[in-house]
Write a protein that binds this ligand. Structure first.
Ligand SMILES: [Zn+2]
Length: 388
C-alpha cells in the first residue's frame, strides 16, 4: 500500500464517523510550507491547461460535457474573485478577496498535438476501487493515463468511497504519472450535489495542487499549528458541512471560514488571500513552472486540405437535434470532428466501417464538421447545425 493510499485509508476511518461528505481527502505532507512567497511582478495572467479524465462504472458517473465546462467556469470565477456571496460585503474579511490572476482552460491540443475536447472518458468494468487508488491513473489497470503533467493539470473524475469528495497532489509529491487532482463525480461542476454543488471542491483541491495547505496547518486542527501563511488567521475548526454567515472565533481570533481552503459548504466560500495567491504564484514559478509554457490550449488550426470530393459522404439530418448519422463510401477507421465558430474542437470520435450513428449533447449552434480517414486525409468538411 503506497503512503498516499495509506494516508487516505486513515482519512476514510475518520470520515466514517461524520454524517456529511468529507470535503477533502488531502493530507499535507509532513513538512513546513517550503515555497517562498512569490515577490516578483504579477504578469497579466497564468493560464493552466486542464485535461479531465472521467473513469466511470455506473452511468450517472459519466457526467456530461456541460458539467465539465461549468467546472472550468467555476474555477475561473473562484480564482478570479467572482464567487462571492452577497453577505461578504459586510464581512471583516472582504478586503482579503483576491483575484489570483490564475486561470484555467480546457485543453484544445493533446500531447501529440492533435485537436481535443480536453475530456477523456472510460467505462471500466473492472472491480477496482476508483477515487484515491493507484489504478485510477493507469490505462493498463482500468483507469486513464495522465497526460504529461509538466504541460497539463490532470483531473480525474470518478467515484470515491468513504465519503471523500476529492484529493490532490502537492507539488513534488508522489509519482508524476499520478500527479493532479481527483474529484468525486457528484461534486464536480456546477449544479452538482448539495452542499458541495458549485464546483468549489475542485477549487479547493487545485489550491492544494498549487501548494496551499489547509488554514489549520498540516495535521488535525489545533491552535498549536498554523498553515505558514500570515494572512489566514490561526484556526482549530474546519467548518465541515457548515455555512457560517457570521463571525466565528477560534484560537482567540475570528476565523476566515469563507476561505476556499476550509471545508465550508460551497455556497459560503468566497476567497483566496493575497498571500495564498503569492504562494500559488511561487509554485507556478517553481515546481510547476512548466505549465506556463504549455501549448495545451493553443488551438490546432482546422485543416486547410482540400476535401477529397471523389468520396461520397452523407450527413443527416442537418440540422439535427442531438442524433445524426454519417455515412461514407469505403470502410476505414475515420475520425469525426466538430469545431465551434471560435475554432475550438468540441467533439471528436473515431468510427470503423462506413457509417456512424452519433448521439451528442452539443448545444444549439452552427459547427464545422470534418471527416478524416485513417491517413489523416480530409474526406469531407461542411457546416452542420444543431437545433434543440
Ligand atoms: Zn483539503
Amino acid at each position: 500500500m503506497s503512503v498516499r493510499v495509506y494516508l487516505l485509508f486513515l482519512v476514510f476511518q475518520l470520515a466514517a464517523s461524520v454524517s456529511v461528505s468529507q470535503r477533502c481527502g488531502f493530507v499535507t505532507p509532513e513538512r513546513e510550507v517550503t515555497a517562498l512567497p512569490f515577490s516578483g511582478p504579477l504578469s497579466d495572467e497564468i493560464v493552466i491547461p486542464v485535461v479531465v479524465h472521467i473513469v466511470w462504472q455506473e452511468p450517472e458517473e459519466n457526467i456530461p460535457d456541460e458539467r465539465v465546462w461549468s467546472q472550468i467556469e467555476a474555477l475561473n470565477e473562484a480564482f478570479g474573485a467572482q464567487h462571492i456571496p452577497d453577505w461578504m460585503a459586510q464581512s471583516v474579511f472582504s478586503p482579503y478577496i483576491t483575484d489570483t490572476k490564475i486561470r484555467f482552460c480546457l485543453a484544445t491540443r493533446d500531447p501529440q498535438g492533435l485537436p481535443t475536447t480536453g475530456i477523456e472518458r472510460r467505462h471500466t468494468n473492472s472491480n477496482i476501487a476508483l477515487g484515491g487508488t493507484t489504478e485510477l491513473h493507469y490505462t493498463s489497470m482500468g483507469g486513464l493515463d495522465a497526460w504529461d503533467p509538466q504541460r497539463y493539470l490532470n483531473i480525474w473524475v470518478t467515484r470515491f468511497a468513504g465519503g471523500i469528495t476529492g484529493t490532490a497532489s502537492f507539488p513534488e509529491q508522489g509519482p508524476a504519472a499520478e500527479d493532479g487532482v481527483e474529484v468525486h463525480y457528484a461534486f464536480f461542476g456546477k449544479d452538482a450535489t448539495v452542499p458541495y454543488d458549485q464546483g468549489i471542491t475542485t477549487v479547493h483541491e487545485v489550491g492544494h495542487y498549487l501548494g496551499l495547505p489547509h488554514p489549520w496547518g498540516p495535521d488535525a486542527p489545533t491552535c498549536n499549528q498554523d498553515d505558514g501563511i500570515d494572512d489566514t488567521p490561526l484556526s482549530e475548526l474546519t467548518y465541515q458541512g457548515e455555512c457560517p454567515t457570521w463571525l466565528v472565533f477560534s484560537c482567540g481570533t475570528p476565523d476566515m471560514s469563507m476561505n476556499f481552503m476550509y471545508y465550508t459548504n460551497d455556497a459560503c466560500m468566497a476567497l483566496f488571500t493575497p498571500q495564498q495567491r503569492d504562494l500559488m504564484w511561487a509554485t507556478l514559478n517553481g515546481p510547476r513552472s512548466t505549465l506556463k509554457d504549455s501549448d495545451g490550449c493553443v488551438f490546432t488550426p482546422v485543416s486547410t486540405d482540400t476535401p477529397n470530393e471523389g468520396i461520397g459522404v452523407r450527413l443527416y439530418p442537418n440540422p439535427n437535434d442531438g442524433v445524426l448519422s454519417v455515412q461514407w463510401d469505403y470502410p476505414d477507421q475515420m475520425t469525426l470532428e466538430w469545431y465551434d465558430l471560435h475554432g475550438r474542437c468540441v467533439k471528436r470520435l473515431s468510427a470503423n466501417g462506413t457509417t456512424a450513428r452519433i448521439h451528442h449533447r452539443l448545444p444549439s449552434g452552427t459547427y464545422l464538421f470534418q471527416l478524416k480517414d485513417s491517413q489523416g486525409k480530409v474526406i469531407d468538411r461542411r457546416l452542420c447545425s444543431v437545433v434543440r
